[in-house]
Design a protein around this ligand. Structure first.
Ligand code: BMA
Length: 319
């Protein structure tokens, strides 16, 4: 029987992991927090990185907290969290928590997507920002029940925005496959196509998956990293896979890793508020093709893993 011989690590955990924890809030700001994880980071200029952190207060209500860095590894927390909207619709759909931000830079502005949860379902809220110092609330841009959305950093050849998202389907046990859509204005979305499916990733994503990091253009296709879920008797394991999408028709999966490129192994991924979780929300590709992957460990701490772009592409094609 043929099998894939896995003979290399694709990503290496940063030796300083976790790079941000609840204790950092205590040390830097004198504030008691429960957790910081599933945060997104983006490089805004040479030597200037911004992270939008998902934080849990002691009651597990969330705050979105900014942090700044000169190397993408060591983070200084800002003094205050972001001020969130005070509108009726924001409160109606973000009444329990808002979480798992994703940041896209396109056409001179940052687009920030945030999953918002009420007691029944989740939707994605869109914010725009010129500088990631303040966020301007636009609106929710999908119908429930839906989360895990990323917007491409380029428009299509005919000038439309492009996104991937993961509707939650009751028929798929509350999860579902990834879908692709176009939009002329970020508000109206359609011309949709089914993309990466749970069945594409064998056992490690058989219980669900979702697009997790903003697509990155390579000559071989749009590189996406996704989270993949596998339920078993005692755990629900979240790991990280990679795929290459067609450059012309970005819903078509050209290659996908049939094995995860990162899975929970370190103590800070195995133990925490939710055990056995590596949940990515962003990647940064540096000029030398080093990839920094930002992921949450066990829904408790913020971690970084690094690797080479060519190794991730190798895994897409060969694993
Ligand atoms: C998912 C999301 C993530 C979380 C993961 C593991 O459904 O809620 O934010 O990290 O579950 O609990």
């Amino acid at each position: 029987m043929s099998y894939t011989k896995i003979d290399r690590e694709i990503l290496t955990r940063h030796p300083g992991n976790p790079v941000l924890t609840a204790e950092d809030f205590q040390k830097q700001l004198g504030i008691r927090m429960r957790a910081v994880y599933n945060s997104s980071a983006i490089k805004v200029a040479e030597g200037k990185y911004v992270m939008l952190c998902r934080t849990n207060q002691l009651n597990h209500m969330t705050l979105l907290w900014g942090a700044d860095s000169t190397d993408g590894l060591n983070w200084k927390l800002r003094p205050e969290p972001f001020t969130m909207p005070d509108t009726e619709t924001w409160h109606r759909y973000a009444s329990t928590v808002y979480y798992d931000p994703r940041i896209t830079y396109i056409d001179g502005e940052f687009l920030v997507l945030i999953a918002c949860q009420n007691t029944s379902f989740s939707r994605i809220a869109l914010f725009r920002s010129k500088d990631l110092e303040t966020l301007e609330y636009v609106n929710y841009i999908n119908a429930p029940d839906n989360r895990n959305m990323v917007i491409f950093p380029e428009k299509s050849a005919d000038g439309r925005y492009m996104r991937l998202e993961r509707p939650n389907l009751g028929s798929a046990g509350g999860k579902g496959n990834v879908w692709f859509s176009y939009s002329p204005d970020l508000i109206h979305w359609g011309d949709s196509y089914e993309s990466l499916a749970m069945t594409d990733v064998w056992n490690y994503g058989i219980s669900g998956l979702g697009p997790s990091t903003v697509p990155y253009r390579t000559p071989d296709g749009w590189l996406i990293l996704f989270h993949a879920i596998m339920n078993n008797c005692t755990t629900r394991e979240y790991s990280v896979g990679a795929a290459l999408l067609d450059l012309e028709k970005p819903w078509i999966v050209r290659h996908v890793t049939k094995h995860p490129i990162l899975f929970p192994e370190a103590p800070y991924e195995m133990q925490g508020l939710v055990e056995h979780v590596c949940f990515p929300c962003a990647k940064i590709v540096e000029p030398d093709n080093t990839v920094k992957l930002y992921y949450g460990g066990a829904d408790t701490v913020q971690c970084v893993a690094t690797g080479k772009l060519e190794d991730i592409l190798f895994a897409c094609k060969n694993w």
